[in-house]
Write a protein that binds this ligand. Structure first.
Ligand SMILES: C[S@@+](CC[C@H](N)C(=O)[O-])C[C@H]1O[C@@H](n2cnc3c(N)ncnc32)[C@H](O)[C@@H]1O
Length: 326
């Protein structure tokens, strides 16, 4: 399936880069996509537990390891300690890391990786409030600098705003009814924990199929708290400018809302000509600067999903900046 590059850059012991903090998804595919040889600089914009970064370092590249979660940076710095001469750490939202790159004099990058969403550590730590399975404060912030928690949103947003969040970010059909119910519940006592929210959801949304009824509601709140879709759009625009000729940008998305943004952005920058019904003829696309490496997204193999069920919805898309002929 991945015939787009050879295995020249693959470290011999790549499989040993998995860990319990977070098991990296599509690891071999990322190494193949980013071609991380010696002398290359790769921005891992979502370093998490450092699994992808470790493989990129083992293959010879230098890595700028970014995350907005200090817990991730702490873990990654331990994990990548053996490569400290080729690794730099940045605590930042990836939508703002461009500023850091300018300050550090890094004008161009050979590769960029965005492995979106949450690490297993974030999901599995009840005090972070991301999971409907354990009880914890209704927080859901990926980093301490983020102003509003999920509890702030649930207790202070208007009913209309809550309904919009559940509809737009969770595609939850019962969003309106749930928003109305939450406003009634919080009128009696604030909704402060993940269990409070699960209880409220379960009284409105019946269990349908194998999925927990709160799945979409938790997804929607998490996206809203961390402003995930807006920061993704900003990051794609600001970071793609930094990719040098022949360099690549790889994004792994885990739900259709973020994958759609990546898909359309990559399409917009890789189409030489654009056409509109109202134009007499197609026009050259001023944003054209990349070649689409993955005509269709790369998905994990059955074997990977068997070993790591959290990989099941992953979709990897890759583009490469066209080299300047002159
Ligand atoms: C799926 S995990 C990445 C796992 C990592 N590739 C590994 O091998 O361990 C996603 C990470 O991205 C971080 N993250 C998500 N959105 C971010 C953003 N806008 N800016 C910076 N970090 C972000 C999360 O805090 C989390 O640590």
């Amino acid at each position: 399936m991945i015939s787009f590059i050879d295995e020249e850059y693959m470290p011999r012991d790549i499989e040993s880069t998995g860990a319990c903090f977070h098991r990296p998804v599509l690891l071999r595919e990322i190494v193949m996509a980013l071609q991380p040889g010696a002398g290359k600089i790769v921005l891992d914009a979502t370093v998490g537990g450092g699994g992808h970064s470790l493989a990129l370092l083992k293959a010879g590249a230098s890595v700028i390891a970014c995350d907005q979660d200090p817990e991730a940076l702490e873990e990654a710095s331990k994990r990548l300690a053996g490569y400290s001469n080729r690794t730099r750490f940045v605590e930042s939202n990836f939508a703002d890391v461009d500023e850091w790159l300018s300050g550090a004099g890094v004008e161009e990058l050979d590769g960029i990786l965005l492995d979106l969403g949450l690490s297993s550590h974030q999901i599995d730590t009840p005090s972070r409030g991301f999971s409907f399975l354990g009880n914890g404060p209704l927080d859901m912030r990926m980093g301490p600098h983020i102003q509003r928690t999920a509890a702030d949103l649930v207790n202070r947003s208007s009913q209309e705003e809550l309904a919009r969040i559940f509809f737009e970010f969770g595609e939850e059909p019962a969003g309106r009814r749930l928003a109305a119910h939450l406003v009634r519940v919080r009128g009696r006592a604030p909704i402060l924990t993940t269990s409070d929210l699960v209880k409220a959801v379960e009284s409105v949304i019946p269990k349908r199929g194998p999925k927990h009824p709160a799945t979409k509601v938790f997804q929607a709140l998490r996206i809203a708290v961390n402003d995930e879709l807006a920061v993704l759009e900003r990051a794609l625009r600001s970071l793609s400018v930094r990719v040098k000729g022949g360099g690549r940008m790889a994004v792994i998305a885990f739900h259709s809302l973020e994958d759609r943004i990546v898909k359309f952005f990559f399409r917009d920058i890789s189409q030489e000509w654009i056409d509109r019904p109202e134009w007499p003829q197609p026009q050259r696309n001023p944003a054209y600067a990349f070649r689409l490496i993955t005509a269709r997204p790369i998905e994990p193999s059955e074997e990977e999903v068997r070993q790591n069920s959290r990989a099941r919805s992953a979709k990897l898309r890759v583009v490469e900046r066209i080299r300047n002929e002159s």
